[in-house]
Write a protein that binds this ligand. Sequence first.
Ligand code: SF4
Ligand code: SF4
Ligand code: SF4
Length: 718
Amino acid sequence: MLYIVLGIITTLFAVVGVAMWAFGIRRMVQTIRLGQPAESGRTGPFGRRLTTTLIEVLGHNRMLKRPWVGVAHWFVMVSFPLLVFTVAEAHGEVWDPHFHLPIIHDWTVYGLFIELIAGLGLIAILGLAAYRQIKGPRRLGRDSRFANSVHWTAYYVEAYIVALLVAIFVIRGFKVAMGDFPFPVWATPISHALGEVLPPSEPALALVAAFKLIISWMFFMVLAVVLTMGIGWHRFTAPFNIYFKRDPEGAPALGAAKPMMDATGKKPLDFEEADPDEDPFGVGKVEDFTWKGLLDFTTCTECGRCQSQCPAWNTGKPLSPKKLVTDLRDHAYAKAPYLMQGVTEETPDIHDDVLSLLGKPLVGTEEEGGIIHPDVLWSCTNCGACVEQCPVDIEHIDHIMDMRRYQVMIESSFPSEANTLLKNLENKGNPWGMAEDRRMDWMAELDFDVPVVEDTLPEGTEYLFWVGCAGALEDRAKKTTKAIAELLHMAGVKFAVLGGMEACTGDPARRLGMEYVFQMLAQQNVETLNEAGVTKIVASCPHCFNTLGNEYPQLGGEYDVVHHSQLLAKLVEEGRLTPVQPIEENITYHDPCFLGRHNKVYTPPREIMAQVPGITTKEMHRHKERGFCCGAGGARMWMEERIGKRINTERVDEALTTDPDTVSTACPFCQVMLGDAINEKKSQGEAKESLEVVDVSQLLLRSVKADAAPAQEQAEKA
Ligand code: SF4
Ligand code: SF4
Ligand code: SF4
């Protein structure tokens, strides 16, 4: 009788569990399909995308950035589908405790396999649960990467997995005690050890099997009810999110900003033809995100890796990329049922709560009932640390930029300081509003002539040197520009500059969300470059380097773009520049985000320093992929930083822990930001007076200068 009751109950749980889960999937898919069309190229090529997905899921390569957590998670991940055999077996055991799976039931390899997966899965989940406690917000507060996570869901998932795995061993133990276990001790030691202490009780075995089935099917029911339980759902949604990521080759969504697309999602938006009533001008409502955006929000596991690396969050600002994603997710799933029924704010007789939900502004203050606070939206530096870290390939920057676009272009709502930036860019083609001819001031201090393009590149020119606004107009950055020009001249590289014809690449406007100004500047530059016949560019600013190389192709500008650190490292390697003068200094290098994380250029600046005799380098704790922003990106350079600690101060505090004589970098904006923070430290007596920030090109020039003449002769002979 007991077995019949258990059999019927567990069968009912299975039927209801599967039905509810299928219904949950249907609702989830319907919610995601409320999103707008994504840009083309998201679905294929199938083979390439499938390979990327398999590598990321089975290889766990993005999880292995924290090795032991990655390995532990891998065992938990594989235990879930592989233990499906034991669930199937339990459905037989509740009816007949001596039940075994057909065919494989006495294969030693099967017994060993389940023992291993369940054993390692159990150790792994206990380790991860302990880690969550040790590193949890109760102990670490805001510094915990689990701050801002929903805790009950995590505890529930952990408890379920532990209970499931323990139940597997207990059932096996009963079978050992009953003398009905076909596997040898060496292959199943835990089961045999339990068999020594458990009684040979058939009803007890059936009860434990029923318990295992009930908690398993309840897990599916809970998932079906709580569609926002990312920590539970991600095992099903993550492979799809990875499959549809921006780059089929597997790179994270960094580098080029996501272009604005027209209403079809297939053509980039052309502002000369764009219609704000038809075409999406960014995202003003949660349903304006693309379906990929909604899939991103659904997939977030709340692991907090993004938050732990975010410079805004780490300096006391309200922006947490995790919270941003989960707030958007919760809002999307709260709103979806009404959107599916076609309910709008205009629908007569709707309940006040529904009206208030539908009327919530996507970006707004607490008083306005906003989902994302403006301080959250405008704190982002676009540094890419979140995107780089996210194990399920969520594309935070794209979503932040889409919301900024709507705020700037439709609502005209953005930090007032950025107004000046936009006016200067529109009227003068540079962020400081300086006259065009000032772009050539830096050349006056050189003892050779720099060829300036008039209409076309001078005969024999190899590189167009893209100076950038900071490099041409900002005093500290001008030193870098001069150093690069001198080094290229010494190495015999034929280069020219655009002089007054160069305009801002448009990066600050684009990252602010003012796509119209970006397109205006970019089209002007592309026209100038194409008319001049430019094919190869060396850029000194990583933001220009990124825009010219990764974004101008979207507008018909295809160039071979290198950063000055890459070209200089190559010239040193080829012997066209020889550093001889020792620089006896301790130097720490700051990775510019748009050079490193966004474009994977980590080695050339380090190679240059390695070639300079006397330099001792010491890495900061956060470097390369985990480098910490200086605070200037995402157009933050032109906004006030009113909340929390200044990001540049945080970075300099970290640099000071290496006791440097010099901080080096390879970005004019980083140079300015870090320089400002160091000056402040000096005024407070917290940094030595001699400490300075220099570009790697300046270090190289200091070391090469003594050997300038021979290098030049060599180049001329070559
Ligand atoms: S891009 Fe950088 S600043 Fe912006 S949310 Fe991500 S980590 Fe934070
Ligand atoms: S890293 Fe990705 S999955 Fe983890 S919390 Fe951030 S957005 Fe969510
Ligand atoms: S200025 Fe430098 S560190 Fe800061 S965002 Fe740009 S590249 Fe990153």
